[in-house]
Structure formats: C-alpha cells, structure tokens
Write a protein that binds this ligand. Structure first.
Ligand code: ADP
Length: 641
C-alpha cells in the first residue's frame, strides 16, 4: 500500500461555508448529529437498493449505524456499514459543493445581520456533513466502498484544506470521527461523549431512521445482598425505527413529523404544511409530503439540487429525487412515497413509463392542490408568504399539460384595487361590473412599475379594476391563457380600448376618428421619425393624464416576453410597438398648433423623440440611446426656464 498523504484545497464555496458555520452560527449545534445520521441512513439505503440486483455487495452484519465515544480523548464516532465512498467520490462529495449559485447565496447570508434568518437560510441549503465542524476541531472520515478492497482516509481541520490517504477498514462503510471541541454550553456545544446527550439528540431528531442506531450503554445493577453493584454493558438500539408514514397519523406528534421532514430534506426550519395520504384501489400507496416554509435558494436554477420525492417500494428505499412523482411546477414539494404495487426491480428509465407511477403522480398532484386550497382558506397570511416564494413556480403549471383551472384558483394577484392586498381571480370576477366581459390585466417588469403605467388610466377612471401580473412566467402563460369560467383574459396594454355601454363605445369611437383626422399630419411625422421602432402611431382614448403610451397588437409578443426568450438564448426578431397619443393632453394640443404653423419646426421633431422615450420609461423600459435622450431633455429644461 502506498503511504502518501495528499493535500487538497477545498473549493472556494466550501471554505466560505465552513467559515460561516464556524464563525457565525451559535445555536442549533446539536443538529450535526442528525446530519451525520441522515447521511449514514442514506448510505445504507443506497446499499440496500444496490443489493437488490447485486447481493454480493451486501454486508454480513445487519445494516446499522453505530455511535461510539472515547470521553477522555473527546472523540465521537458515527459509523455505518452502508455504501461507502471511493476515492474520487470522497473528493467530489466532501471537497466541493455542486449546487449552482452557491457562492452568491453564501455571500448573501454572510452579509445578513439577522442570526435567525441566516440559520434558516443556511439550513435549507443543506449543510450536511460540513456541520460537523461546528462541534469538532478536526474530522476524520474512514470509508470503504462496497465491492472494493481499498479504504480511504479523509481528514481536515476545516481550515481550507483536507488530506487524503489510503488506509484499511475491515469491511465496507463509513466512519466519521469527530475530535470534539471543548464543552461550551454558552455557545451551544454540549458534551457529545455523554450517553444521555447522544440518546436525547437521537430521540429528538432521528428516532424514525429505518435502521438501528446502536450504542454500547452502561448501567449499574445492584448486586445481590452484601455484594457490590455491577456495571452492565449492553449493545442498545436507541431509536424506535418506526417508518413514520406507515404509522397512523393520530399517533405521530407534529414534532415527530417535522423532525422527519428535516431528516429527509436537511432543512433546518419546520415545514409550512404536511400532507399525509393513502391511495387505495388499483394502485396502493402511502405518501407523506411536505410544503417547505422557505424556498430553496436554487428553486429557479435549471439543475436545482433536490427535486422530486423519495420512493420506497414495500418499505425498501428505491431512490431519492424521483422526479416522476411530482410535476415541475410542484417541484418544491418534499416527502416520501411508499407503494406496495411496484416491482422492486425498477430503474429510472422504467419508472418514466410506468402507468402505476403515473397514477400515483396524478393522485398526489390532486392532493397537493387540495392542500394548497385548504392552506389558503385556513391561514391567509401563511399562504401569502408561501405564494410570494413559490407562486411563480406554481404558475409554470399553466404552461404544460396539467389541468389549468385549479392553478388559477390558487393564484394570488396584485391588483389596482389595493396597493397592499392580493386578490384571487375568483374575488376579482365577483367584483366585476355587469358590463365588463373580460378579466383585465397588465403585465410589467415589476408591480410598482405596472401600477404607474399610463395604460391603466382610462380603466381606473371608469372604475375598472386591473390585475397586475408581473412574474416572468405571467408573460408566458398569458400568451394563451385558460378562460376562468366563462371569462376570457384581456390585456389593457394590447389592442384597442372598448369600455362602457354600446352607446358610449360608439361615441368614443366617433370622437377618436375625428381626433385622428385632426392629428393626421403630426402622427405621420412621428411615424416617419420613429419608423425603426414603431409600426404605428395613433390617437387613443386609453389615456387620461399621460401624453402617450406604448402598446402592442393583440397577438404581439410583449416586451418582457421578448426579454425572457432572448435570455433563454432564442433569436427573437424585433417586435415593433404602437405609440398611442392622448389628443386631450395639452402637450399634444400645443404641439399640434406648432406643427400646423410650421411643419418643419425642429422643436416638433425633438418632442417626437422625447414623447417616445418617456413612454418607454413609463413601462419600465429604456430609450435605446439614453445619452441622446437625456441631452434633448436637458436642452428642453433649459428652454423652459
Ligand atoms: P447531502 O447529504 O445533503 O448530500 P453532505 O455534505 O452531508 O450533503 O454529504 C455529501 C455527500 O457525501 C452525500 O451526498 C454522500 O454522497 C456522501 N456521504 C456523506 N456521508 C456519507 C456516508 N456516511 N456514507 C456514504 N456517503 C456519504
């Protein structure tokens, strides 16, 4: 055996994380043990699953996790006889963090002054193994992959680097050896060599782990009369091992359910909601699902780190992150599914086509949607918090093949009716005046921008409420929105305005035509000057206080949508907009007079660009030549003084 010791630097993100863990977090240190036990339990799950097809890999001893201590040396060891790690796996798993966006995320936490917030954030990130360094000065990992002969030793003091060398281990599995920091109650470090401390943490956080967590325990037994008492050592299993989802719900406490959630997700905060269901009939399954209270930081990253549910078949762990059990738009749902009716001999590829899996998924989606509805009715503040974090993801469901009405029912929307309160679509429709035949909405880059949009003016003046839909995904589903009952959706920023009774509409139309005739020469000049950006310049009755706004035709891609597609790498042709002018605005009336006096007046030309630039700004856009725009504006300001 080679005796070389290699030194490796941690990836920058790991250094950042370790630094935060050791220097910024003062509470909840006990959870390091839950993390190590969860890792051990995962490693046993993996070996149990591989053993289904390759029984030679299975260990001779029963699957277990063991806690051992050496109080004088201040050492705690957590071992398992699970899958173990190869050398390359060690480097990969215990030297790097693979989640994209980690660096920015950690930086944001580092800057946060709020301890509790940092804790929640870092917890949902899944600190796992690295949390050992909260309680240990040095951590040694000795591991041997099932099916391999060589074992490896990984060691680090958590200060930027770790060492690797070959070593021996009698059989497969992993031992994590913690060289504990001194007990420091004030900073949350207990004596993790004390039997009662360990038992207490296990009972609290890891009781339901499906493998025995063993520990040699000592107790005094009174001797027979006249004899001294004896120390009896027993190998004790300190957890109950009951699969929590197969126990009757009434018997399980909220705390136990929450701890189980933390065990499977590595989240440190309690979940927002829990769904415990049983599917009966042609396919039988049980599921215990959770809706987290915090959105994972990488919810919008393409390769989001943990998506999908854990799948068990007849209590045997089959796989983590089974994506086939939850659609994309519910990817934040966590939990476990256990079915009696699937073949143990499954692979990811087979699962995708399995009709029973499809049936389970359909059932679960229905249950999750129902639970979200209950959540909304029972706890509107909690639901609002949920929606702010996960709503944009739920709305992705409006793009796919899922049933769309239930998603519309769950939506919370900003509205012109109230600056602070959300509305549901149902409440909006209930408030619609009798002569309104569509759901009016406006999209925009942000609610505050949309709220100021000139496109809303006439709607607000006439007392119509408009929904403000400003998540990126809104632009996309509103390209082809599902009707809500018998109500269609209508953008106030596209097409023409038709409000009021038939008579009012007719009058408005006639007035507009006459104004258009008056302004014909001026609009033609605007068109000529701005031809590159505009496909039409026309008069409108959409505006009451602003001089101008930009709109699209009924089927034009809106500007935010163009932006979304461009960012997704698509080559989108330029979409020319329509500039609408307000004939009642004094700027336009004065401009018309000047134009009629002298068609070549340079002021009129400057105004054309200023008005267009201002309309762009009003919708949250930017003039393409901002410097030229700002110079024209400054010139004009000077003239005004
Ligand atoms: P997480 O468990 O959230 O993936 P960790 O940092 O705790 O993150 O662990 C990283 C990886 O290291 C695990 O995904 C696993 O592949 C590996 N690992 C950790 N502990 C063990 C163990 N006891 N046995 C085998 N592999 C382990």
């Amino acid at each position: 055996m080679t005796q070389t010791v290699e030194r490796h630097e941690f990836q920058a993100e790991v250094k950042q994380l370790l630094d935060l863990l050791v220097h910024s977090l003062y509470s909840h240190k006990d959870i390091f043990l839950r993390e190590l036990i969860s890792n051990a339990s995962d490693a046993l799950d993996k070996l149990e699953f591989e053993g289904l097809t390759n029984p030679d890999l299975l260990p001779s001893e029963e699957f277990h996790i063991r806690l051992e201590t050496e109080p004088n040396a201040r050492i705690l060891m957590v071992s398992d006889n699970g899958i173990g790690m190869r050398r390359d796996e060690l480097v990969e798993q215990l030297g790097t963090i693979a989640h994209s966006g980690t660096s920015d995320f950690l930086e944001a936490i580092g800057k946060s002054k709020d301890q509790e917030l940092s804790l929640d954030l870092i917890g949902q990130f899944g600190v796992g193994f690295y949390s050992s360094f909260m309680v240990a000065n040095k951590v040694t990992v000795i591991t041997r992959r099932a099916g391999e002969d060589t074992a490896h030793k990984w060691e680090s003091t958590g200060e930027g680097a770790y060492t690797l060398e070959e070593t021996e281990r009698p059989s497969n599995g992993t031992t994590v050896i913690l060289h504990l920091k001194p007990v420091d109650q004030e900073n949350g470090i207990q004596d993790y060599t004390a039997e009662w401390v360990l038992k207490d943490i296990v009972r609290h956080h890891s009781d339901f782990v499906g493998y025995p967590i063993k520990m040699m325990t000592e107790r005094e037994e009174a001797g027979a009369e006249g004899e001294p008492s004896q120390k009896i050592t027993t190998d004790e299993t300190v957890n109950s091992m009951k699969a929590i989802w197969s126990r009757p719900s009434e018997e399980v406490t909220d705390e136990e359910f929450n701890e189980f959630y933390k065990h499977i997700t590595h989240d440190w905060s309690d979940p927002a909601r829990r769904i415990s269901v049983r599917m009966e009939g042609a396919v039988e399954a049980r599921a215990l699902l959770y809706i987290p209270s915090q959105a994972p930081f990488d919810l919008y990253h393409r390769e989001m780190s943990y998506r999908g549910l854990q799948l068990y078949i007849k209590r045997v762990f089959i796989m983590d992150k089974c994506e086939d059990l939850m659609p994309q738009h519910l990817r934040f749902v966590k939990g476990v599914v256990d079915s009696e009716d699937l073949s143990l001999n499954v692979s990811r590829e087979i699962l995708q086509q399995d009709r029973k899996i499809a049936a389970i998924r359909k059932f679960l989606v229905k249950k999750v949607m129902e639970e979200l509805g209950r959540f909304h009715r029972a706890d509107s503040d909690g639901y609002e918090k949920f929606w702010l974090q996960f709503g944009p993801v739920v709305k992705e469901g409006l793009l796919g093949t899922e049933k769309r009405e239930p998603i519309l029912e769950l939506m919370l929307c900003h509205t012109t009716r109230d600056e602070h309160e959300f509305t549901t679509v149902a409440d909006y429709v209930a408030r619609m005046p009798a002569d309104q035949d569509a759901i009016y909405y406006l999209t925009g880059p942000a609610t505050e921008v949309a709220r100021q949009s000139p496109q809303l003016e006439v709607f607000l003046q006439k007392g119509h409420e408009v929904l403000l839909l400003t998540d990126r995904v809104d632009e996309i589903w509103l390209q082809n929105p599902p009707p809500y009952g018998d109500k269609q959706w209508k953008s106030v920023g596209r097409g023409s305005v038709e409000l009021g009774s038939e008579e009012e509409r007719k009058n408005a139309e006639e007035e507009l035509q006459s104004k258009s005739a008056d302004f014909k020469g001026l609009t033609a000049l605007f068109q000529q000057l701005l031809n590159e950006d505009l496909k039409e310049v026309r008069m409108t009755n959409r505006l009451t206080t602003s001089p101008a706004c930009l709109v699209g035709e009924e089927h034009d891609l809106p500007p935010q949508m163009v932006e979304v597609l461009r960012q997704a790498g698509q080559d989108v042709p330029k979409v020319k907009r329509i500039l609408e002018l307000n004939p009642h605005h004094s700027v336009l009336q004065k401009l018309l007079t000047r134009f009629q006096d002298d068609e070549h007046d340079s002021i009129v030309r400057d105004y054309a660009e200023l008005i267009y630039g201002q309309a762009l700004l009003a919708e949250g856009g930017q003039p393409s030549d901002a410097a030229a725009f700002s110079k024209k504006l400054a010139d004009l300001m000077e003239k005004g003084l």
